[in-house]
Design a protein around this ligand. Sequence first.
Ligand code: GLU
Length: 342
Amino acid sequence: MMETTPGNEIPQNSTTTNALSPWLGLQLQKIIDGIYKKYRDIDDGAVATYIPELGKANPKDFGICLATVEGQVYTAGDWDKEFTIQSMCKPFAFQLALEQHGTEKTLKHVGVEPSGEAFNSIELDPKSGRPFNPMVNAGAIAVASLIKQSPVEAGVDAFVETMGKAAGRKLRIDQSVFASETATGHRNRAIAYLLLNAGIIDEEVPQSLHQYFAQCSMLVNCKDLAMMAATLGNIGNHPVTNERVFDFQLIKHVMAVMFSCGLYDYAGNWAFEVGLPAKSGVSGGIFGVVNRQLGISVYSPKLDAQGNSVRGILACRELASHFGLHAFDFSNVGSSFMQWLL
Ligand code: GLU
């Protein structure tokens, strides 16, 4: 399904000048439809169940969305199916911590090194005494502690409101998933108390966890995620509303950490094969940013052994190779030059 901004207009302070023509848009739509058809019957992997509520996901769901920084949106399959954002909230929360506290203070609470450990590992970087990075749970809980507010609902509301601006529509928390995570998240509680013991977070441990669990339980669909990614890629401005959502000077830090740490234990392979700053989550979503060009997202809840969506990885690999999206591709073609490919 293809949508465009009214009149196909380029927002006034858009960062690119190369909106796709309707004909090119149709070609692009055909390619996305082809990728959807190619992978929709792949049935490998398993839906995450360690958060009981996630186990209710429909394993057949498969959606793809690509949003350009000009505001054009291309979708396939279950692109409008909602799922919780889970770990895909982490880059955005890190961006907000950098904006609210500055780089120096934020980096006193969390590092930027890949950990080589599981996302939920109960450990800190032995060299620095901080969580390794904001994409693992320890780092994300440290970040949640920085951006929480008093009362705690205010911090959650502020997060959801900003994410809504990045998505271009009002978002909300899935209260059942939030309750499920709160009831069963003992490992995250263990991590939070380790952080308290190390002086990384303050005594308001339940509040930090509330912020973290609520962020993970925010509902999005593929279009929201692709738009949020395109907002990062569009120097922090939403591609359609043109609202300034993120401080563009800090986005490079967030993308750098996504690039090196965004895909669990597959991050190195992802950088090698797909080559985009990206983040995945245990709900089965993946989003990636083609800087100054595109946001891409895929949702399919069956996960591989590394915790990444099986169909998501396949679809992203194909999107990247088809459109030359790899950051270090010899031509790094992407949407600005897609016309030469089609
Ligand atoms: N809320 C999940 C947890 O903390 C997020 C995990 C993920 O998506 O990686 O376990």
